[in-house]
Design a protein around this ligand. Structure first.
Ligand code: ZDP
Length: 353
């Protein structure tokens, strides 16, 4: 292990760069304009005016006259708006309105919106999970989110602790279990190490490959967890990252996210090795920016760390929001992620938000 690599200024997590903030504000303002053009509040038989986007109007959606009850949950500070959608196979909130709801000033504030959907095939699945990132995009999977979903349905139905849920996701079957101690242990399935299916155009997933970002050469591993991940432990000159909190994430994060070698864009994890059983990690998420934790990212971090020989198969990933226990089992190649998921508050969307 050669000299260590640090770059520019220290930045606090979740600090969003100005232009990202401005873009978000423009998006929110557009939606608010749409709202005010429809007039606010009740009158006319108690039907509330809501933001109905062009897409919804075109699709003739059923969103129009629903104000929606929601719960707020978080897993290590990665926070989500949870909606009980088990009575309909259509998410009750559109991607656009989800982006508005996720805004921390103009909405409720969250990293995403998660819907507990009815099972597409009761033989195989108990429920389906649909998620929208805070920018309204729909990812294939989310680790902290599926722990929150399991805890959510367990709380709603007052289920026994120790119950496992077979959940259908765009990444396939995922099996969370709400344990006696309240922690949620998740069978995340097996990592995708066929580079085309990550998807990435890096040479392969067998080792790290050079990526030039903001004029610097980094070594990155492509790992799929249903959603794409780019995991960075060191610079191309072999310097290991020695201080993840020294990295300017709002500056380099968006460049990694949209890098040409990841055609579906990517989540990017920056990792500092503490020892073979513990790493520190900060993440710049696709469609959500700087978050306090990323569960699929923590899984990808350990997979890349094992491939590169930096860590053991059982490893604690310390995130800004707290630690996640990750085990990449040799016996069946599956990844088990264990961590918390807690409710914070409940509410109802109002006045068309
Ligand atoms: O793949 C993506 O677009 C992610 N932003 C999805 C959310 C991932 C999450 N943070 C996680 O914990 O895996 C919820």
């Amino acid at each position: 292990m050669s000299a260590t690599a640090t770059t520019t200024t220290t930045t606090r997590c979740r600090c969003a760069s100005n232009n990202q903030r401005q873009k978000q504000q423009q998006r929110v303002k557009a939606l608010m304009m749409m709202q005010s053009s429809r007039g606010r509040g009740g009158g006319g038989g108690g039907r509330r005016s809501v933001v109905v986007t062009r897409a919804e109007r075109k699709a003739g959606s059923t969103y129009a006259d629903a104000d929606v009850e929601f719960w707020k949950y978080q897993g290590l500070g990665n926070d989500f708006i949870l909606v009980d959608n088990r009575d309909s196979s259509t998410p009750k909130i559109s991607p656009e309105r989800s982006a508005l709801l996720c805004d921390r000033n103009f909405g409720v504030g969250a990293d995403g919106v998660i819907f507990a959907m009815p099972s597409p095939d009761p033989e195989k699945f108990d429920y389906k999970m649909t998620i929208y990132n805070s920018d309204g995009s729909e990812p294939e999977m989310c680790g902290n989110g599926i722990r929150c979903l399991a805890r959510f349905v367990s709380d709603l139905d007052k289920d026994q602790r120790g119950k496992k849920y077979n959940v259908s996701t765009l990444a396939g079957l995922i099996v969370p279990e709400v344990r006696e101690d309240g922690q949620v242990a998740v069978d995340m399935g097996t990592p995708i190490l066929d580079v085309a299916n990550v998807p990435s155009t890096l040479k392969d997933c067998e080792t790290s490959h050079e990526m030039i970002v903001d004029g610097e050469k980094w070594l990155a591993n492509a790992v799929g967890m249903g959603n794409p991940h780019c995991v960075v432990y060191k610079k191309a000159n072999g310097e290991m990252i020695s201080d993840v909190y020294g990295l300017d994430l709002p500056k380099i994060g968006p460049i990694f996210e949209k890098h040409e070698t990841f055609p579906a864009k990517t989540n990017t994890e920056f990792v500092q090795v503490v020892d073979r059983g513990r790493v520190k990690m900060r993440v710049w998420e696709r469609g959500a920016g700087c978050t306090l934790a990323c569960g699929t990212g923590a899984c990808a971090t350990v997979v890349a760390g094992v491939i590169e020989g930096h860590v053991d198969r059982k490893c604690v990933v310390e995130l800004p929001g707290g630690p996640l226990e990750i085990e990449w089992r040799e016996s069946d190649n599956k990844i088990i992620m264990t961590g918390p998921a807690e409710p914070t508050f409940q509410g109802t969307t109002a006045l068309g938000v």
